[in-house]
Design a protein around this ligand. Sequence first.
Ligand SMILES: *Cc1c(COP(=O)(O)O)cnc(C)c1O
Length: 452
Amino acid sequence: MKQTKILLPETEIPKHWYNVVADLKNPPAPPMGPDGMPMDPSAMSAIFADNIIEQEVSAQRWIEIPEPVREIYQQWRPTPMFRAHRLEEALGTPCKIYYKYEGVSAAGSHKLNSAIPQAYYNKVAGINRLTTETGAGQWGSSLSLAGQMFGIDVRVYMVKVSYNQKPFRRSMMQTWGGEVLASPTNLTETGRRILAADPDNQGSLGIAISEAVEEAASRADTKYSLGSVLNHVLLHQTVIGLEAKKQFAMVGDYPDMIFAPCGGGSNFGGVAFPFYADEAAGGKKVRLVAVEPSSCPSLTKGHYAYDFGDTAGHTPMTLQYTLGHDFMPPGIHAGGLRYHGASALVSQMYHEKLIEAVSVPQIATFEAGVQFARAEGIIPAPESNHAIRACIDEALRCKESGEAKTLFFNLSGHGHFDMVSYDKYFTHQLEDYDYPQSEIDAALERLPKVKA
Ligand SMILES: *Cc1c(COP(=O)(O)O)cnc(C)c1O
């Protein structure tokens, strides 16, 4: 019998997260405050607990995972890795294809890997209430569940278009005790301003972040929690790559290329950075490929500049690849990838050519997801389909050239709550959309005037 499933015992759940900052030659560019000057980390304490800020700015290579967090991780970690024999055969490729499946978490994606520690650290800091944003609902459901586990109330600002399109994600959040609001709301200054100008505004991640940050900053009993982009979120997600390295060792293999969908960059960083650690230590170089939608091409077409993380400009400015903080995303179905910017760490590594990025059009990602589901069984999240597309494309290129590479992608979540999107694919209602260069050029004008 061919081995398809590569499982680690529970004793192999990582005891430390890996912090890539320790292995970068250049220190990360400092976040900037509203005055355009480097910001003191303590200025972030209006919205984040101190123990989280400490992690956000840490340069320590290994950071211990608290025991209560590992205990909860145990419910779904270590996650399985699979050798995709059936997909390889369907493609007729000489490549070996592996994938790691993060959809086995209760919330259905990798996002719970960071929601649990974020809830834990807030609880330890005495915080009993969190606000956050969600697009497609993956992060909101993860934080609702994590909040429930640690006795923290969670209020979720959900992008209005998703609130209406994805009612079951909303019910999931409510099941786990989360309070869900359609953003923009009338509860914040930002929401009221946007609704006054445009009563039918369908919302965006940038707007929802502004609302959640504004509320947290205005209430002493409330902090804010973000599901991607920030250094500490990427740190938490490194459990994915750390486990994967052990799983490759179990089968005596090692990847040549790694693919992950990239929105804010957390699952990409989570799977890729631990392999970069090998390269930094003088080991083998793996090509690390972030895959984004051609409708929201932050890395591949954005400006490398200081910008806000949200629409209203409530967050610090970070040096990142951005389409402009007022970016209004086209209505594509990979809701988790519709973010104007990118993680500062992923951006820096892309700028320094330590990692690669590609963009793929929407319809082709669903084609790849369906081909994958028919070969391997699992129905992927639309976000994950981006990585699958890029991986299949490489496997097909290798079929032409006769190269036999080892390819690996992160299957970041399942698509069980995204079947409306699959329906639209099957009934030919999906469109491809290239974000226009003129919009990208125009955004440059509106970027905050801060020198990198
Ligand atoms: C949120 C999400 C992503 C993209 O987010 P990152 O921050 O880039 O990881 C990818 N896949 C799934 C299933 C998601 O929920």
